[in-house]
Each structure stands twice: as C-alpha cells, then as structure tokens.
Design a protein around this ligand. Structure first.
Ligand SMILES: Cc1cc2nc3c(=O)[nH]c(=O)nc-3n(C[C@H](O)[C@H](O)[C@H](O)COP(=O)(O)OP(=O)(O)OC[C@H]3O[C@@H](n4cnc5c(N)ncnc54)[C@H](O)[C@@H]3O)c2cc1C
Length: 378
C-alpha cells in the first residue's frame, strides 16, 4: 500500500479552533473572537448553520419563558435578529417583529428562510474577525495524552494540521471529543424526514397576503418529536455509523416519494431536501456536570438561564452549568450545542434547540478564549 500524502501539511496555530459551523459553532467562534482569541472555524459543508439551515429546521424556538420574560440574551438574540434581517419573520411585534406576517404564537420565536440565514452567517462570522474554512472536514484531534494539540483536516488542499491552544467541538455528533477519548453516549432517534415544499394553495395565499412565511412549509414524512409516525417495527436510530446514516437518508427519501405519489403532481413542488440527517441527537459528551433540566436548579458555574420551548414548559427557568460543556480530565476541550452533557430527557430537550445551542456556543467560545489566555476555563 502506498501511503504517500498521509502526513498532514502543518498550518498556522490558533488560540481557538471551533469544529462545526452550526448555530453552536458560529456562536462559539464569534464569542471567542470577540474575547480577543485568534479563532478558526472549520465547517465540512459549504454553508454555515447546520441543522437550522442545511437541515431545514427553519423555526427558531423562543428566547422567552412563555410568560413574557426574556430568558436568553447575547448571541442567541443577535442570531434571531440576523435570521430576520434579510428575510421574512413571524416574530410578534412585542418582540421586535415587523408586523407584516402573522405570528404563530406570542413567544419570542420565528420562522425564517434557511437559505437567507445561511448566507448572512458567513458575513456575520467574518465581520467578527473569525477565520473561516468551508468544505473542510476535521478528521482527528491530535492528542498529547489528554491535551488537544490541534486538529487534522481533509479538503481540496489535501491533509492539513492546525494547532490550537483550545478546541471546541460543535460538530453535532461529538466526533472530535469522542476521538480524543472523552467519554460519550450515543442517542436514540425516531425516524424523521422533513423536506420543504410549496403548493398552489400556498401560492394563492401568498398572492393574497404577500406573506412568504406561508409559502414554505415542512413536509414531514416521518415521526414527530414524540414518536407519532415512527415506522412500526423500526428500531430507533442513533446515527453513530455511516451505514445507519445512509439507511436513514435513503429511507427518508423513500417515505417522501411514497407521500407525494398520492398528491397532484402538477399542484406542488419540493423546494428543498435536507442536506444533512435530521437526527435530534447523535452523540453527547459525559461532562463534569449533567444538565438535567430541573426547574429552578442553581449551579455555581452557571453560564446563564434559559426557558423551555415546550407547551408544558411555560414559566420554567433553567440554569445551565459550564461543567456540562467539558470533561474535567480533558483540560482544553469544550463541547457546544446539542452535544453537551445533557442526558436524553428534559435537560436534553431544553438544551438541543437553536437558541440554547447559541447560548452554550457563546459560553464555550468565551471559556476557550479564556483558556488560551490564562490556561483555565473559569
Ligand atoms: C427533526 C428536528 C426538528 C427540530 N426542530 C427544532 C425547532 O423547531 N426549533 C429549534 O430551535 N430547534 C429544533 N431542532 C433542534 C436544532 O435544530 C438543533 O439541535 C440545532 O440546530 C443544533 O445545532 P448545533 O450547532 O449544535 O449542531 P448542528 O446543527 O448539527 O451543526 C453541526 C455542524 O458541524 C458540521 N460538522 C460536523 N462534523 C464536522 C467535521 N468533522 N468537520 C467539520 N464540520 C463538521 C456540520 O456540517 C454542521 O454544520 C430540531 C432538530 C431536528 C433534528
């Protein structure tokens, strides 16, 4: 076997490297850069936003508690503003909506255009001084015992190594931390496949109301978040292997074809298929502290508070511990977004949504910048 070209080319060393440009990774990179860290953001696709854009999850869950109190500020709020800066919104006027479209509820949440949001994210990270690498897959962290020295990537440039003082895993599947040896747990998912579509009735409604938020709808051919619609007899999916993900995506498209074969083929179009698997959880880290979503629980190292998007969560307030973002045996690795140490249950349900991913991303970015400066997270 000829292994020429296996040795990575050494590139610059950064204070902070963020792997994964979903909502958590964007917030982490911007927070680190604003804290003065020389920051590199590496994303394997060509568009930022992760599930919120490439995954077509175009509903920004609320920043408020459902009783009129805003719970999340900071980058999560800047990002909901960015979501609606160039495209339509369904924000209530009370929360800064333009009043053009009908809000879906009274909470600080909105529908948005995933394409427009993704385009705006490039501008946002670059204006904040982040160095951006798209179309670049991070394959492995390089470890010196439990300390991460940097990451190896593959792209059209070939194999490269980027050094870092601190690394944030915002991959959505914890693949960096898992490969670094951090203890992790695989999740379980119902089968969900959401495409975006429009039809003649929506077009008519658009002409009547000029409300673009009604022109783009989710066509879910699988299960909702409670398992309603999960194919009978099918095991739940973790997404921890390439084979499983392939089967999941193929099955999703098969179910889509089945559903649309019963529709008038001249009366609708699929606007977009998802560009990544819509798995709510793939893998999470086992951190110093678990976030279990206990209403009113306090932590000494709290990164801030959030609410609960679920109808039965109205009025609930949760603190998230910084300890859910790292494992104490790995000094310079942090998790952000849906991979933090939140076991499946209430903590996970609360932590996995877009605004809370932005919130944990921001906290990880600040902590990593601090580590690069002072050799400690807090
Ligand atoms: C079916 C479904 C419905 C949902 N509904 C809602 C909803 O209505 N509202 C809401 O707020 N939330 C919802 N969510 C949750 C929310 O969309 C996600 O949990 C959140 O967007 C995750 O953000 P993230 O940044 O943590 O991860 P991701 O969005 O998964 O981003 C990870 C990024 O890392 C990149 N990446 C991965 N590996 C590598 C690598 N090795 N090298 C480089 N880049 C890499 C990926 O390409 C991706 O861009 C839903 C999720 C699902 C699946």
């Amino acid at each position: 076997m000829d292994l020429r070209g296996q040795e990575p080319a050494r590139r610059e060393t950064y204070d902070v490297i963020v792997v994964g440009g979903g909502i958590a990774g964007v917030a982490a990179a911007v927070a680190a850069a604003r804290s003065g860290a020389d920051t590199l953001l590496i994303e394997k696709s060509v568009n930022l936003g992760g599930l919120a854009t490439n995954g077509l999850i175009s509903w920004y869950e609320p920043l408020c508690d459902g009783q009129g109190k805003q719970m999340i500020h900071g980058l999560a709020e800047e990002l909901i503003r960015l979501v609606v800066q160039y495209g339509f919104d369904t924000l209530p006027e009370k929360w800064g909506g333009c009043g053009h479209n009908k809000p879906r509820n009274e909470r600080y949440s909105t529908f948005f255009s995933p394409g427009i949001f993704s385009a705006a994210l490039d501008e946002f990270v670059l204006e904040n001084g982040v160095t951006l690498r798209l179309d670049t897959l991070t394959t492995y962290p390089v470890m010196d015992r439990n300390r991460c020295e940097g990451v190896v990537t593959e792209s059209v440039n070939g194999r490269e190594f980027f050094g870092a003082k601190a690394v944030i895993d915002a991959t959505g599947d914890a693949s960096v931390m898992d490969r670094a040896g951090v203890p992790t747990v695989l999740g379980k998912n119902y089968m969900t496949y959401i495409a975006h579509y429009c039809d003649v009735d929506m077009a008519k409604k658009l002409c009547e109301d000029s409300d673009f938020s009604v022109f783009r709808k989710w066509l879910n051919t699988g299960s909702d978040m409670f398992g309603n619609g999960h194919p009978k007899g099918m095991e739940m999916v973790s997404g921890g292997t390439a084979e499983e993900i392939t089967q999941y995506m193929v099955e999703g498209k098969r179910s889509l074809l089945k559903k649309i074969s019963g529709m008038d083929k001249n009366g609708f179009d699929i606007m977009s298929l998802p560009f990544m698997p819509q798995l709510r959880t793939i893998r999470r880290i086992v951190g110093k502290t678990d976030f279990n979503g206990v209403d009113g629980e306090c932590f000494e190292d709290s990164i801030g508070e959030c609410g609960d998007f679920r109808p039965n969560g109205v009025g609930k307030h949760y603190q998230i511990p910084l300890g859910a973002l790292y494992n104490e045996n790995f000094p310079n690795l942090l998790a952000a977004g849906r991979i933090i140490s939140a076991p499946q249950g209430d903590g996970w349900e609360v932590a996995r949504v877009i605004p809370v991913c932005a919130q944990t991303g921001e906290a990880a970015g600040k902590a990593a910048a601090r580590y690069a400066r002072e050799g400690r997270f807090s």
